[in-house]
Design a protein around this ligand. Structure first.
Ligand code: ATP
Ligand code: MG
Length: 428
């Protein structure tokens, strides 16, 4: 039996009706990133599996159960579709010695892949905009990242997003805290769910991040990492908060914020909203000073964040943010051998002047062509028959505004169409 092929579950098409919204988002984001001096880096979608295991950490949701890993049948290598961008970005920075001479402010955007249960705001192919800074010990850079995201929300017209911050200290403090935490949890082992039991010795810090309501009370009274932090971690955190106050950015300290990736230290933060149900985190990041060394490179301080594009677009839609989607300027209808030739030339001449032209393809009479012109949303139609073409003239007809159609030369039409006020009618 034949069946039609469907997209892979959890991997979405972005259709033309939505794509302009994506483009609006992307151009706004690129413009915003450039205003902070960030430069693009484009990275492969496939990396060696090892990279993610060593960076994200073996006992994390992502590495344990969400990665699309496969053996390259041609050479036996284990490869993985990237579940996030930081690891690949750090790899590229090391491989090409990018931060050797100067610190780097970088960004990338594109699809990420995680084998999760698809639901609203959670997909198997989703998109992130990632920002990473290498070579800055902070906390000024941590502050820059938070300040810049706050500006982006304003530019996108988003209001209901709240900032949560926390500090994870350095690895020595986390080790001390871990011992206390494990002791605390071991005494309450009967209250732990399956996931937590598995993590008890492998990654106990992650238990604090559990959303299981049955464990919340126990998590609330668990020993706090904050109490084990050293002077420098506390100072870093204090300076971060001080700068955020000065920048008038409100934040909430969430001592349970640990993030799902093992490479973080010191600052971690999330921007969350209540408008998207359970999938409320739209942006998350922090500092990962140990990652480059952990991957075998020269140590360098680093921090960054990633935004979930689908969630931000959903939030924009929920807040009735609309994206401008200007239609083409002209639909060019033509009929007859002389007209067809002239039309092809005229369309290119119009485009030379920055005018957007939909050139009618597929033949047919003027009546059906004009229907298509109307349907296209174009502001004007140009109508070209053999008689007019022979006289080097055309008919310009406004489709969206009042006004008479007019017979013009191509030069006159270019003048009308490239005049800055689109409201002007072609009629003279
Ligand atoms: P969550 O707690 O929602 O699973 P996470 O901690 O796994 O998020 P990160 O790895 O920090 O997420 O990714 C950064 C952002 O990317 C998230 O805040 C979210 O906006 C988005 N994101 C992560 N996973 C998905 C997914 N499966 N589908 C859509 N967006 C996602
Ligand atoms: Mg996740």
């Amino acid at each position: 039996m034949s069946h039609t092929i469907q997209a892979v579950r959890g991997m979405n098409d972005i259709l033309p009706g939505d794509a302009h919204f994506w483009e609006f988002f992307e151009t706004t984001v690129v413009d915003w990133l450039k205003s902070y001096g960030y430069r693009a880096i484009r990275l492969p979608i496939v990396e060696s599996t090892d990279l993610f295991v060593r960076s994200i950490g073996e006992v994390t949701d992502i590495v344990e159960k969400e990665m699309y890993t496969f053996i390259d049948a041609l050479n036996g290598e284990s490869l993985t579709l990237r579940p996030e961008g930081t690891a690949g970005c750090a790899r590229a920075v090391m491989q090409h010695n990018l931060s050797y001479n100067a610190p780097q402010r970088l960004y990338y955007m594109g699809p990420m892949f995680r084998h999760e249960r698809p639901q609203k705001g959670r997909y198997r192919q989703f998109h992130q905009v990632g920002v990473e800074a290498f070579g800055f010990p902070g906390p000024d850079m941590d502050v820059e990242h938070i300040v810049m995201t706050s500006r982006l929300w304003k530019r996108l017209g988003l209001t209901d997003v709240r900032l949560q911050i926390n500090t994870l200290g350095d690895s020595a403090a986390r080790r001390r805290h871990r011992q206390k935490l494990v002791r605390y949890l071991e005494r309450r082992v009967e209250q732990l769910d399956e996931d937590a039991k598995r993590r008890l010795h492998a990654n106990p810090l992650r238990i604090l991040d559990s959303k299981n309501p049955a464990m919340q009370e126990m998590i609330e009274s668990a020993p706090r990492l904050m109490d084990d932090l050293e002077e420098d971690a506390l100072r870093h955190f204090e300076q971060l908060q001080q700068s955020l106050r000065e920048a008038e950015i409100e934040c909430e300290i969430n001592p349970r914020l640990v993030r799902g990736l093992d490479y973080y230290n010191f600052t971690v933060f999330e921007w969350v909203t209540d408008r998207l149900g359970a999938q409320g985190t739209v942006c998350a990041g922090g500092r990962y000073d140990g990652l480059l060394a952990q991957l075998g490179g020269k140590p360098a301080p680093a921090c960054g964040f990633a935004m979930g594009v689908e969630r931000l677009l959903a939030l924009m839609a929920a807040q009735q943010v609309t994206a401008p989607s200007p239609p083409a300027d002209v639909y060019l209808a033509h009929q007859g051998a002389v007209a067809d030739r002239f039309a092809l030339h005229a369309a290119e001449r119009l485009r030379d002047h920055g005018i957007q032209v939909i050139y009618h393809c597929g033949g047919g009479g003027f009546k059906s062509q004009m229907k298509k012109a109307d349907h296209s949303g174009a502001r004007y139609a140009i109508i070209l028959g053999d008689d007019e073409a022979a006289r080097n003239m055309l008919t310009l007809k406004p489709l969206r505004e009042l006004g008479e159609q007019a017979q013009l030369s191509l030069e006159e039409a270019i003048d009308v169409l490239s005049s800055p006020a689109p409201g002007n009618s072609a009629a003279s």
